[in-house]
Ligand binder design. Structure first.
Ligand code: MRU
Length: 345
């Protein structure tokens, strides 16, 4: 991979600023947890695993600044930083998973020095594990891809959305690495255009054939028999019910795929699985109306119009053919088994 999405360098968090892609490749060097929180909220970094990794590194940044004082004071400062990071985006479960994981380590430390070191180690481990998990997801998912397949993907579930390699795009990359010829359709993903700006950018850099469509072209493309498989990522998968929460527009693709009998696959690490909630209990992020009112700097609707701008939708399990994780390929109803393992039953 010729770029890095997020990494730790000389005491700061470094991010590829995804708001500027594909036109400019610029890295942000963040030195405070406030800057990290802002970068997540403003989507300089986005994608469920990537925001989890970034939040973990944000906590390491906060820990690195704590010198002196008691471990109790240090922990209170860490809890405040964790709260700030939790308030950035409500839907992707990886954010909360990564923060909880780092905070568990912080709470186990007996000294400020130990806390500084162990929090950084844990954050770096989360980053490395994410990359490894994506490679495994890729290998597991590539078994479902045939030579000559045309794959539709939505939003960006690629290297930019993770610590590297990607989930949905990881499946595509792994299939290509196995020598399979694959073509991709990327839907543009209004309103933030992650498909047009990011997925197309990533795939073109890798030399994987990709064609861009607007979101409302997908059903017609499927009806014409031009799509063999749909592969997307997820922000949250509900183990209890098998529902998949992902970028707004995923549900429409899933309904169309069902209608035209096209396998609909979701690729995500187990850190995306929510073992607790039902669909009614998940907060779907609603973002600034300006994302809908403007395309780039151009306003496209009359002043005074009302806007609804949910960032994600919920796809029911009967529309999902496979869920691909680093552990294997599952049917939505089989997640109950992972749930039992998670509870240690
Ligand atoms: O709003 P975004 O860009 O953070 O949404 C991203 C998605 O919906 C991705 O499909 C999802 O996070 C999976 S990324 C591997």
């Amino acid at each position: 991979m010729s770029f890095r999405t997020v990494y730790w360098s000389r005491g700061s968090v470094v991010l590829l600023d995804q708001r500027l892609l594909p036109h400019r490749v610029r890295y942000l060097r963040l030195t405070t947890v406030r800057q990290v929180a802002r970068a997540i909220k403003d989507m300089a970094v986005r994608g469920a695993p990537a925001i989890g990794v970034t939040a973990a590194l944000g906590l390491a940044l906060e820990a690195s600044k704590i010198r002196g004082g008691s471990v109790g004071e240090a922990l209170r400062r860490m809890e405040k930083a964790a709260e700030l990071l939790r308030s950035t985006r409500p839907t992707a479960v990886n954010l909360f998973w990564a923060i909880d994981r780092v905070m568990r380590v912080a709470r186990s430390c007996g000294s400020v020095r130990e806390l500084r070191e162990k929090v950084l180690d844990e954050a770096l481990r989360i980053l490395e594990e994410d990359l490894e998990m994506n490679k495994s997801i890729g290998r597991n998912g590539a078994k479902l891809i045939e030579d000559g397949d045309t794959i539709l993907t939505h939003c960006n579930a690629g290297a930019l959305a993770t610590a590297g390699y990607g989930t949905a795009l990881g499946v595509i990359r792994a299939a290509v690495e196995e020598g399979k010829r694959v073509r991709v359709y990327a839907s543009e993903t209004r309103p933030r255009l992650q498909g047009a700006r990011l997925t197309v950018w990533e795939l073109m850099r890798d030399g994987i054939p990709v064609k861009l469509i607007t979101d409302n072209m997908a059903a017609f493309l499927m009806q014409r028999g031009e799509v063999d498989k749909v592969v997307v990522g997820a922000d949250r998968i509900l183990a209890k019910t098998g529902h998949v929460i992902n970028k707004i527009g995923t549900l429409s693709h899933a309904i169309a795929a069902k209608r035209f009998e096209i396998p609909f696959m979701v690729a995500a690490p187990t850190s995306t699985i929510d073992f607790e909630r039902t669909p009614e209990e998940v907060e779907i992020e609603e973002r600034d109306p300006r994302e809908v009112l403007y395309v780039g700097r151009e306003r496209i609707a009359p002043r005074g119009v009302e806007v609804w701008n949910p960032a994600f939708d919920i796809t029911p399990p009967d529309l999902v053919t496979y869920i691909i994780t680093e552990k294997g390929v599952h049917r939505p109803w089989e997640l109950e088994g992972l749930l039992a393992k998670h509870r240690g039953e």
